[in-house]
Design a protein around this ligand. Structure first.
Ligand code: NAI
Ligand code: MG
Length: 334
């Protein structure tokens, strides 16, 4: 049995986390969930959208599964999602983008793993107004944070038999900040002679990923580019509904989908649980439950390939409940 922190989140979060709990249980993995809440819904009770008990629970259990949490636009409320990553120093945002069998995409050959720097860059949150008609946002790039994310990407490549790491930047324009990231990446690459290394400017990277997706393997990017390029990759593999993620450091792991709380469909039993389910598969692998993870992935691919029970984002008409049942039934077949 494993102790895992569960943060249901808001919007579609509670619907998809419940679906994922059911599927994991059907796959025979015994998890004792410790549920803690964060976001606008807990503001009144705790006076903060991120109660200390959420962070304590993650520190205690070391592993968490997290639903999306809404960030109200334009209010003083900073993103709880970003705050969790920063307060726990979860410096790796891992976002694998692999085309699953049966996924609704016209692309055929994308299997990249994105390592997004998760603690600094333009997400450092240092912004101010300059008079009434201008504003400044400060982008922080340090050698330490750049080095550990690049090293994490190379270590992953070594452990997972990946051939190439590509560092992505805009060092031609941001000569100091991205220039540092690029030169640190070049230095770290020297320690991994068996892994090919190259670098790409971020705008060109976007075009290359669409035109020649098969040429790329592991990508390592500063925070904002990682955010944007991972959504681009999500689009290439079939959408946010099928793109998983994880926030990691050397001790802690918080697994969450790339997508947000989807307020436009929340509470309607329409959300696709697969992205969070694939994030949970990463969690199961992290826990050493590789077999259950691969059984669930195979069940997802079977259901996608059959194409009869799909949510609207995948071109179908099924509800979250129906898709969840279909995946559970498929697990039973194997
Ligand atoms: P979003 O990812 O929530 O939604 C974008 C579009 O994709 C919407 O049309 C939505 O219906 C659809 N979509 C997303 N996930 C889906 C799923 N599982 N099944 C079916 N359709 C899905 O992005 P948006 O609208 O920019 O953000 C909404 C809220 O979520 C914002 O408050 C944002 O700050 C927050 N957010 C939270 C994240 C997190 O918790 N890590 C990540 C991204 C956004
Ligand atoms: Mg994003």
């Amino acid at each position: 049995m494993y102790n895992v922190t569960l943060i249901p989140g808001d919007g579609i979060g509670p619907e998809i986390t419940e679906a994922v709990q059911q599927i994991i249980s059907a796959a025979g993995v015994d998890i004792k969930w410790q549920t803690v809440n964060a976001g606008a819904n807990v503001m009144e009770e705790y006076g903060t959208p991120l109660p200390e008990e959420v962070l304590q629970s993650i520190k205690k259990n070391k592993v968490a599964l997290k639903g999306p949490i809404t960030t109200p636009v334009g209010s003083g409320f900073r993103s709880v999602n970003v705050a969790i990553r920063q307060k726990l120093d979860l410096y790796v945002n891992l976002r694998p983008a692999k085309i699953l069998k049966g996924a609704p995409t016209q692309f055929s050959d994308l299997d990249v793993v994105i390592f997004r720097e998760n603690t600094e860059g333009l997400y450092a949150g240092i912004e101010h107004n300059v008079g009434d008609n201008a504003a400044e946002s400060i982008k922080i790039t340090t050698r330490e944070a750049s080095e550990r994310i690049v090293r994490a990407a190379f270590e992953y490549a070594l452990e997972n038999d990946r051939e190439q790491v590509t560092a992505v930047h805009k060092a031609n324009i941001l000569k100091l900040s991205d220039g540092l990231f690029k030169s640190v990446a070049e230095e770290v690459a020297q320690d991994y002679p068996d892994i090919k290394f190259n670098n790409k400017i971020v705008d060109n990277m976007c075009m290359q990923l669409v035109q020649y997706p098969e040429d790329y393997d592991v990508l390592v990017l500063p925070n904002l580019y990682g955010d944007i390029v991972s959504d681009l990759c999500a689009g290439l593999i079939g959408g946010l509904g099928v793109t998983p993620g994880a926030n990691l450091n050397d001790q802690l792991a918080v697994f969450e989908a790339v997508h947000g709380s989807a307020p436009d469909i929340a509470g309607e039993d329409k959300a696709n649980p697969i992205a969070l389910l694939l994030s949970a598969c990463l969690m199961l692998e992290h826990l050493g439950e590789e077999k259950a993870a691969s059984q669930i992935e195979t069940a997802i691919e079977e259901v996608l390939t059959r194409g009869e029970v799909l949510t609207a984002d995948l071109g179908g008409t099924a509800t979250t409940t129906e898709l969840t049942e279909e995946i559970i039934n498929q697990l039973g077949v194997e």
